[in-house]
Design a protein around this ligand. Structure first.
Ligand code: MTE
Length: 297
């Protein structure tokens, strides 16, 4: 499934990315592991330009328009920040962003973000496997699911003053999905700090699921026994299931999921076929082997 770097890196300024990242001083060289291409053999695997990744966003805490997050999140305060890991754990822990940055070396992962609305982008994320963070908390044998909560701060987030979603934004994964090596916590993109509109200072990224599973601005992770109800399941259970695996064969009740529009390619460019599990079938299909994916959407 891995493709060569030359196929996927068009951006001139980005060619020398190692040097570039070092110059920025964001990631010390000791902590900067070799970039790994976890991208897929999709028809179009060209990196999406930075300007599209950072101006066309979904982040309902700042409004429902694609331009609202970039326009309204620039003063959002992301420092100090910490994440609490609680629930079915031997010992509840709270880690500051400084602890997180010191403890978990970031690496680059090029993943396609496939939004449930039918568009996609190919993004060079900087992050680390979620399983490294989760293992710090020693979950008990009762833990079957992992629940994620984004920040609740209606003073700073205008969207939270309206009942658009069940605030704070909540998401969930089965524990084996959360522990899968492809599931990462993201702290940057294109070698830079994560912009506020993309979920700074830390967000989830699960590349084989629709984009809404990848919650932004996470403050709490809880191990739980029962399947958590996400904000989207609560708002429209018929449209948004718990699993939300990218699946071209199962339509959204209001539209097909068979194809996608690649952002930045121009309105006239043809839609490309959506791949099963967003191209990660080989890596993740075993997680769902005896499940009816129409029922468990
Ligand atoms: N996380 C929070 N907290 N709030 C949101 O509204 N939107 C989701 C997801 N994470 C959302 C969120 C959706 S629908 C998508 S497609 C992705 O974020 C978009 O991520 P991006 O803006 O970095 O492309």
């Amino acid at each position: 499934m891995k493709i060569s770097r030359t196929q996927i890196t068009p951006e001139k300024f980005y060619k020398n990315r190692r040097k570039f990242i070092k110059q920025l001083g964001l990631v010390s060289s000791a902590f900067y592991l070799a970039p790994t291409l976890f991208s897929t053999a999709n028809a179009s695997s060209k990196l999406t330009e930075y300007k599209y990744i950072t101006t066309y966003n979904n982040y309902y805490e700042f409004g429902t328009g694609k331009n609202h997050p970039v326009e309204r999140s620039q003063n959002f305060i992301t420092d100090p920040w910490s994440i609490t890991i609680d629930g079915e754990v031997e010992k509840k822990i709270t880690l500051s962003m400084d602890d997180i940055k010191k403890t978990f070396p970031v690496e680059e992962r090029i993943y396609r973000l496939r939004c449930v609305e039918g568009w996609s982008m190919v993004i060079p994320w900087l992050g680390f496997p979620l399983n490294k963070l989760l293992k710090k908390a020693n979950p008990t044998s009762k833990a079957k699911f992992v629940k994620f909560e984004s920040i609740l701060d209606p003073e700073q987030m205008i969207g939270q003053r309206y009942p658009i979603l069940d605030w704070p934004y909540k998401e969930g994964l089965r524990i084996d999905e959360a522990m899968h090596p492809l599931t990462i916590m993201v702290t940057g993109l294109y070698g830079k700090e994560l912009p506020n509109q993309n979920g700074s200072p830390i967000r989830l990224m699960v590349p084989w699921k629709y984009g809404f599973k990848s919650a932004k601005a996470i403050v709490r992770i809880s191990f739980v026994e029962k399947m958590p109800t996400s904000s989207w399941m609560k708002s429209s259970p018929r449209e948004y299931g718990f699993y939300s695996n990218v699946n071209p064969n199962v339509d959204h009740p209001r539209w097909s999921q068979a194809t996608e529009r690649v952002i930045g390619e121009g309105i006239m460019s043809p839609r490309i076929p959506t791949l099963m599990f967003n191209g990660y079938e080989e890596e993740v299909s075993h997680l769902y082997k005896d499940m009816d994916l129409r029922k468990y959407y």
